[in-house]
Design a protein around this ligand. Structure first.
Ligand code: SAH
Ligand code: DHB
Ligand code: MG
Length: 221
């Protein structure tokens, strides 16, 4: 089967259940205009994040990997008046573009962008006792995914939902001899999930307009 049917169905789902308003299409336009990689979640995936956030009544969300703020906007829109999302981004240009997009979406009061490497920011969030988070979305660089997940666990409460993007990578995770450290990173995470008794987890394969991939979804016990 070619990808065309996946793309057509993705568009069908997006039109039916995940229509984008101007703040979201402006965000996608900014990605193109600013020469930022086009690696945001899709609209149906943004809606999926919203469904998960609402399922756990999220008031306090943590995101690793902001890019231009596309997934941040989907998530932040589920938050109650006094809800907060901290989103961590290493690239200053991405963070500056994201801040504009978040302002444009009217979400500045709920979104806090932290600029820096996630591996440096996470211990600060822990030390400052900014958790527990109700939902954590891990979508930054792939090699330290297991370490990010372990921090997420430390920042969780029973019932916290932890979602990790890009854990299938076109099926490359099946290759045990891969030399791609991004694939090795998600393989380490996936293996960890199989032995971690602190969560109930699975992996959903994702097809659509973007490349074939998957998301891990874990609920903290
Ligand atoms: N969640 C976004 C997409 C994130 S893409 C969305 O769906 O809209 C991954 C982002 O992680 C990029 O912006 C990249 O600059 C950032 N990143 C890469 N390495 C990082 C690191 N070590 N710490 C924090 N962010 C990082
Ligand atoms: C890449 C990163 C992502 O988070 C994604 O969803 C797709 C691709 C990448 O770095 O190639
Ligand atoms: Mg991703």
């Amino acid at each position: 089967m070619d990808n065309l049917i996946f793309e057509k169905v993705d568009n069908y789902i997006a039109e039916l259940l995940a229509p984008e308003d101007k703040a979201l299409t402006d965000t996608l336009d900014s990605i193109e205009r600013e020469g930022i990689p086009s690696i945001s979640v899709s609209a149906p995936q943004g809606k999926f994040l919203q469904v998960m956030a609402l399922a756990c009544n999220a008031k306090n969300i943590l995101e690793l990997g902001t890019l231009a703020g596309y997934s941040t906007i989907w998530l932040a829109r589920t938050l109650p008046e006094d809800g907060k999302i901290i989103t961590v981004e290493f690239d200053e240009h991405h963070a500056a573009v994201a801040q504009k997009n978040i302002d444009n979406a009217g979400l500045s009061a709920k979104v806090n962008i932290r600029i820096g490497k996630a591996i440096d920011i996470l211990p600060q969030i822990l030390a400052n006792e900014e958790g527990p988070f109700d939902l954590v979305f891990i979508d930054a660089d792939k090699p330290p995914y297991k370490e990010y997940f372990e921090y997420a666990l430390q920042l969780s409460r029973p019932g916290t939902i932890i979602i990790c993007d890009n854990v299938v990578r076109n099926g490359a995770i099946l290759d045990e001899n891969t030399t791609d450290e991004r694939v090795q990173g998600v393989q380490r995470l996936n293996k960890f999930l199989s032995t971690c008794n602190k969560v109930t987890a699975t992996i959903m394969q994702t097809v659509g307009a973007k490349e074939y991939d998957g998301m891990a979804i874990a609920i903290v016990k």
